[in-house]
Design a protein around this ligand. Structure first.
Ligand code: NI
Length: 184
């Protein structure tokens, strides 16, 4: 069997649903490290992240959320308005400029279960990143895509969306969350 075919089969079998860390896990506060080499290990991490995101019906996922301290985000923007999957992977994404302000309605996060809130965000962003092939890409985004990019890049900087809401709202969430834990 040619070795590359063997590898493909191997990766197919080790595709895994990863555990999504939730607040208040301190790992979520880490600043993720840049990816230096996009090697096979990195590509299999990305595959597993995608499996995990689709399994839990997330629109986006950052490596930090699955306990991997690397600057990788994935998202499927098409998922929200069509059946067709269109997975985007950004490696070392960076917001290079923002414009305006905008309230993102009912933002949610797989790491902050059972909670949604409006969040103040920039209206548009310019992002640079590297794709899975190592090619540089530039993205200009508004609306939902802009929110996804800001939300996921926040994760890589250790920031959950509940850090961007009012302290009062945050306290309400934290109290509710502690109560839920006690009742479990
Ligand atoms: Ni999130």
């Amino acid at each position: 069997m040619p070795s590359c075919l063997f590898q493909i089969i191997f990766y197919f079998y080790i595709m895994t649903i990863l555990k999504v860390l939730t607040y208040p896990d301190v790992f979520l506060e880490r600043i993720a490290e840049p990816v230096k080499n996009i090697d096979e290990n990195m590509l299999s991490i990305i595959d597993n992240m995608a499996e995990t995101m689709y399994k839990f019906e997330g629109v986006g996922l950052a490596a930090t959320q699955v306990g991997i301290n690397k600057r990788i985000i994935i998202y499927d923007y098409a998922q929200t308005n069509s059946e067709k999957k269109e997975l985007i992977t950004l490696i070392n994404p960076e917001i290079i400029s923002t414009e305006g302000s905008f309230t993102s309605k009912n933002e949610g996060c797989l790491s902050v279960p059972d909670y949604r809130s409006d969040v103040k965000r920039a209206a548009s962003v310019k992002v640079t990143a590297t794709d899975k092939n190592g090619d540089k890409i530039n993205i200009e985004a508004q609306d939902l895509l802009s929110v996804i990019l800001q939300h996921e890049i926040d994760h890589l900087n250790g920031i959950l969306f509940i850090k961007r809401i009012s302290p009062l709202k945050r306290q309400i969430y934290i109290k509710k969350q502690k109560k839920n834990k006690k009742n479990q």
